[in-house]
Structure formats: C-alpha cells, structure tokens
Design a protein around this ligand. Structure first.
Ligand code: ACO
Length: 428
C-alpha cells in the first residue's frame, strides 16, 4: 500500500500521499492541499521544498554524495571528460564511441559566432563585468537564431539549439573577457579541444599565439566536470522556472547566468580570492577575520565556507583541493594567497562556531585558487563556473520541457495592509 501522511487541521484529517525517490528520499505531496484544505505551505528559500522530480543529479548533503545520472562525481572527475559528462547529463546515458565523436564534431562545427556580436560587444564599456556581458550575449543568440525562440519545435531543431549553446559559450565567454581588456577578439580554432580552444581565445593576441599547456587544459576540464550540475540550486531553478513559461533555451540560460553571478552562489569563487587578498593585505591575521565572520553584528562571512545542502563536506571540494595541489606543483607556482587559504581552512575547521553549524570549505573555496594559477583574472571566475554549469542547465531545462511541467508560480502569505481608502494628495 502506498504511504500517506495525515494532516489534522480544522477538525478534519487530510491524507497526503508520500512520494518516494529512487534513493529512498521521501516527500509529502501537498499539491492538492489548497483545494482540499484551503492551505498552502510556506518555506522561504525553499529550504525544505522539492520543486520537481528529477533523474539528472543525486546528492546527499549529509553523506557528501554527488552523482550525475547515477555515476559518482569522483569517478567522472577521474576518468571522464567534460564533453562526455555533458552528453551524459543532457541525454541521460554515457555515449558510445561514435556518439561521443559525433557530439564533439557537432560542437566544434558551431563554435563561431556571427560577426555582429562584435558590434554588440563594442557597445559595452570596458569596465563591464564579464558575467553581465555574457548574460546579454547569450540572450542575444535568440536574435541570430530566431527559431530557437520556440521551444516546441522538433526534437532535432531543439537539439541544434542545445549544440549551439555548448559550442558558442566558450567563444562568447572569451570575447566578454577580450571586451574588458579592450583587445581584439580571437576566433575559435576547431582543431582544438573544448578547453584548449577556450584558453587560446582568452590569451592569444594578433601578435602572439598562446601555446596551451596540457596541464592547464586538463585541470580546467576537471573543474568544468565538477561544476556541471548540482540539482535544484538557485541558477538551475531559475533556468527551469524561466523555461517553464516556454521562454527559449538561450533566454533561460541567460537568466541562469544572472542567478549564478551573485556572491552567495557562483560569485563566491571571485569573492573568495578577494577575501584572501584582503586578509593578506591586512597583514595575514587569519584569526581576526574568523572572529569577524562569527560576529553577528558584522556582515562579513567567510566566503567559500558553508553550503545550503552539504553540512558535512562538499565532495567536489575534496577532489578540487587535490587538483589545486597538483596544478600548483606541476606549474611550480608559489602563491602567498594559497598559504592564507590553508591557514584559514585549518583555523575554521577547528573552530566550534563553524563545526556546530556544519560550515566547511565548498567547491568555490579552491576553484578560485586553481583559476588564479591558470592565469584567469578574478572577475572571469564566475564565467568559468557558467561554462561548467551549462550542460546542467540544459539538462534541467530539457527535462522540465520533456516532462511537460507547468509554469512555475509560487504562492505567498500576504502580510500587507488590508483594503484602504485612497486619500487625495492634498489631504495626506
Ligand atoms: N561565514 C560565517 N557564518 C556563516 C557562513 C559563512 N560563510 N555561512 C553560514 N554561516 C552561519 C550563518 O550566519 C548562520 O548562523 P546562525 O545559525 O547563528 O544564524 C548559519 O551559519 C546558517 O547559515 P545560513 O545562511 O542560514 O545557511 P544557508 O544554508 O541559508 O546558506 C550559504 C548557505 C549561502 C552558502 C552560506 O553558507 C554562505 O553565505 N556562504 C558563503 C558564500 C559561499 O561560499 N557561497 C558558495 C556556495 S557553493 C555554490 O554556490 C557553488
């Protein structure tokens, strides 16, 4: 017999079905509660609310488990590649050899963007944050591919829209950086791998062909895998909710980029390095900053610490910490900011305040250190995160569309004034 929960309210008993997931997670289905009991549920920040049923990513915050389509993040980070993981997330299964080859070829054929993008870029001041530029450029793709505006077109056409998104994002990301540097853009080279191509477009100049270090390309590929999806987080939920109005994939991804930008989400990787530099410049007194983070009258937080769902450890942080060590060793980089990071990490991990609240370094604590070692400027860090998260956003959007999910539209408890009579301005 299927399980139900009982709600006793207003002298009545309401039976609420229990929905169980494949990892035995349980939820009370309250979708009929408003009709049957004139009640809604209230849960600010959706801390305990499932917005959908999804078969893409499983994570268990208490046990530090993260899996894409059933495969552990540890195994994927070690053995797979970013494009293979993208295929897995978007289409649900690991590709066979020829499927992966076709996928990679399709992507490499679509890396170029229309020349008019250069005029759009010219309109942005050089100080523009590359995340804002990227969000605008991705949304502008709808102007160049008007068929993408209708997500109800054939599966083949929708797939073309998906391939273009993956192919063009590195070009648009690198060009948003070039705009900031006021350097001419570099065109993609389809003979290069996904990460090599991106790095070359970032650092080459008309006067200088940048040689991509394979260590750097491999480290970047791993970082992108770790960021590829993270179930119903702020940006993925944004992508799903925007897409639920039947807005195009490009508009939905653009909204996801905007959501990722904030320092409490993807913007944390930039904020971590800025914080570490501030600690270094203030003399390196880690304890002073730890005390500030604990002081409730001070708005300062330890960036890169804490996570909405991981309350023991972030499995991505473990992998990335090792990758950071490897990259720094292989590139022979000694970074004083890294020393501050290590001091901060060990001091916070011993501190009762952080232990009691389950605050551990998250993926962003270390990703910024790697990006810095790779020579990527600080305000591009969140753009790197967006590059990695793109297949996850696409998979979430596609699943939402294929499941014919209704438009996202939360309820509220209104706490404002009751009906008031309008007072003319002369009498106020
Ligand atoms: N430094 C100091 N105190 C913190 C921190 C922190 N980084 N994070 C949480 N706390 C404290 C809060 O003040 C609160 O204390 P209280 O119980 O005494 O009031 C308690 O820990 C719980 O914090 P919440 O904000 O309620 O936790 P929530 O799950 O809502 O927030 C979040 C998670 C936003 C990630 C938070 O930990 C944070 O702001 N961290 C810093 C930013 C960051 O690194 N974000 C990246 C997240 S990972 C990602 O998006 C890829």
């Amino acid at each position: 017999m299927s399980k139900v929960a009982e709600l006793h309210y207003n002298n009545k008993i309401f039976k609420l079905p229990i929905i169980e997931g494949s990892e035995n997670e349980s939820a009370i289905d309250i979708s009929k509660l408003r009709n049957e009991a004139a009640l809604i549920t209230l849960d600010q920040g959706f801390k305990n609310t499932g917005s959908t049923k999804s078969s893409i990513t499983f994570l268990n915050g208490e046990k530090g488990v993260l899996r894409y389509r059933g495969y552990s993040i540890e195994e994927l980070a070690e053995k797979s590649s970013f494009l293979e993981v993208s295929y897995l997330l978007i289409y649900g299964e690991l590709p066979k050899k020829n499927q992966l080859e076709n996928f990679i070829e399709d992507i490499s054929k679509h890396t170029l963007v229309h020349e008019d993008f250069k005029s759009i870029l010219d309109g942005f001041p050089s100080k523009s944050h590359p995340m804002g530029v990227l969000a605008a450029l991705v949304s502008s793709l709808t102007a160049f591919y008007p068929k993408s505006l209708d997500p109800n077109r054939s599966a083949e056409e929708v797939n073309g829209t998906i391939i273009r998104a993956i192919a063009k994002l590195p070009t648009l990301a690198a060009w948003s950086f070039k705009n900031r540097m006021r350097q001419p853009v570099v065109y993609p080279n389809n003979n290069l791998g996904y990460c090599e191509n991106f790095i070359r477009m970032m650092f080459s100049l008309p006067t200088f062909e940048y040689e991509v270090n394979p260590v750097v390309a491999k480290a970047l590929d791993k970082l992108l895998i770790l960021h590829a999806d993270h179930e119903q987080n702020c940006s993925a939920s944004t992508v799903r909710i925007v897409g639920s109005s039947h807005a195009s994939l490009y508009a939905s991804v653009s909204a996801g980029i905007a959501a990722l930008w904030g320092p409490l989400h993807g913007g944390a990787n930039q904020a971590v390095i800025e914080m570490l530099e501030a600690i270094k410049n203030a003399g390196g007194d880690v304890d002073r900053f730890i005390n500030r983070a604990k002081d409730k009258n001070d708005s300062f937080r330890l960036m890169g610490f804490g996570h909405r769902v991981y309350k023991n450890f972030d499995p991505r942080a473990k992998i990335i910490k090792k990758a950071a060590d490897d990259v720094l060793n292989q590139l022979g980089i000694k970074d004083p900011v890294l020393d501050i990071a290590m001091k901060l990490e060990s001091a916070a991990l011993k501190d009762d305040y952080f232990i009691e609240r389950g605050l551990y370094p998250n993926v962003d604590f270390y990703s910024g250190i790697i990006y810095r070692a790779l020579g990527i400027p600080t305000d591009m860090f969140t753009v790197m995160f967006a590059l990695g998260r793109l297949p996850g956003w696409i998979a979430q959007w596609k699943e939402m569309r294929e499941n014919h999910e209704p438009i996202g539209r939360p309820r509220q408890i209104y706490t404002g004034h009751n009906l008031r009579k309008y007072i003319p301005i002369s009498k106020r």
